[in-house]
Write a protein that binds this ligand. Sequence first.
Ligand code: GLN
Length: 567
Amino acid sequence: MLNNFFLKKKNVKYIFVCGGVMSGVGKGIATSSIARILAWHGYQTTCIKIDPYVNVDAGTMNPVEHGEVFVLKDGTECDQDMGHYERFLNKELTKENYMTTGSVYLSLIQKERSLYFDGKCVEVVPHVPLEVIDKINKAQKLSKADIVITEIGGTIGEYQNLLFLEAVRILKLKYPQDVLLIMVSYLPYQGEGMELKTKPTQYAIRSLNSAGLQPDFILARAIIPLDDNRKQKIAFNCNLNPDDVISAPDENNIYKIPLNFEKDKLGIKILSKLKLRPKRSLANGRSLWIKRLEQIRRATKEIKIGIVGKYFKTGDFVLSDSYISVIEAIKHASWFLGYLPKIDWLNADEFEINSSNLSILKNYHGIIIPGGFGSRGVEGKIMAIKYCRQNKIPCFGLCYGLQLMIVEFARNICGLKGAHTTEVNPKTKYPVVDILEEQKKLLKEKLYGGTMRLGDWECQIKKGTIAYEAYKKIYVNQRKQPAFISVLERHRHRYEINPKYHKILQKYGFVFSGTSQKGILVEIGELPQKIHPFFLGTQFHPEFKSRFLHPHPLFVEFIRASSLNAA
Ligand code: GLN
């Protein structure tokens, strides 16, 4: 029955990664690591994330519940795992690399409405799984990947991801040699003798079997490495060869995980099951990665960075999930400069309750004011910005962070008392941050999903500024220095620095070092270095483009400025 459907291109291989026992088992890092290892072996790889929820994308979801909304260059608002893929692979992905139940149904229904199916009955099976396969093939075609690694969100045994597993079953049935399924499973460390327990994994495999699937590998996630006994036990009970049960212990640094998998020779084992040979020596492929890890191991000096946000009493876990790209970007830049970052959450509400709490900011080498929405904690953030400006503490504002730096500067330096962003006070006398006309129309019509200023926009950076010096190191050949450097950076916001106030802000000394073409929109603002060591904000989110081996130039400059206090 499937002969009528185009299923896959010759020579392309597929790996699917699913999760057993519980959510948050590390599928995203496992998927990124597998793609990284296979790239070290000389293969072109790409990663796809499937989220089982009905939302068309992650843009409308609450980051405190779901974690950070990551943004791709084409403006796709997606799951934070996409950020891990980009950081591990050093590649830019696009909307084809991300799908949800909602987006699959949406495109299928659009096809049906345009008579694509010639009046045939469109059914949940096989049409939904075939639409999934179609999307995977599109991503493969665009990336020209030899091997596509697809992560299936959710946990085995739940109802939501069954149609995605059905897509794996269909592909595996047709191309048994070209499709692998890897289950990342969790082993609790418990019991009288404190041992790793394999039973939950055995049950997860039974559920997977009932979907008509058998994994080719199990990655055994646990707080400690898997011992031989447990390996044998999982293999025996789950119909696997013990060699195909891979130890995946907790790590203090996620970038070590590909190397851990390689201790069990996962790369070679995957290639041999796919009837492929390594294309280049592993040692060559991974040498820079190992060098950076070695640099981190040798680092001794700590750099303390505070992130001022509006925090719910949810504990560190949720917070680190909501700001994951910012945290990774701080780490990449700090490691690059030979520092060990120590990151703390500073609650903006505390500053509002009592301004004497601001003195805690002095304990940090640098402060970040991250992106955000809404009014809670805003005055506290503005107080923190003022404190950093007056006390010359390096301060880096990201998106909302820049907007609030402008509000603070307008109120306290330009004398515009009560200046604000119209996001918080629509009636302010001085709307120094305001929504653009076209955005107003969208909101009136309740068109919230996918309508912000999103994805890559060109930014021109002016010579003689901190931003220029930062980007210059990467973008410019030292001998020839143009008047502007042009870069692409990723956005996600509705409000902008109000063009009506550009003049007065500049008159009082704020420098617009990065602007959109023709200088219409402010993309980077900063105070001159002779006034402050680092007081800079971006309308875009530089954290989305930071990579393990390629830290973002503005984060490097921020950490460098902060390190002057750390010495
Ligand atoms: N709330 C602000 C806006 O929409 C900033 C958004 C952000 O920080 N990502 O413009």
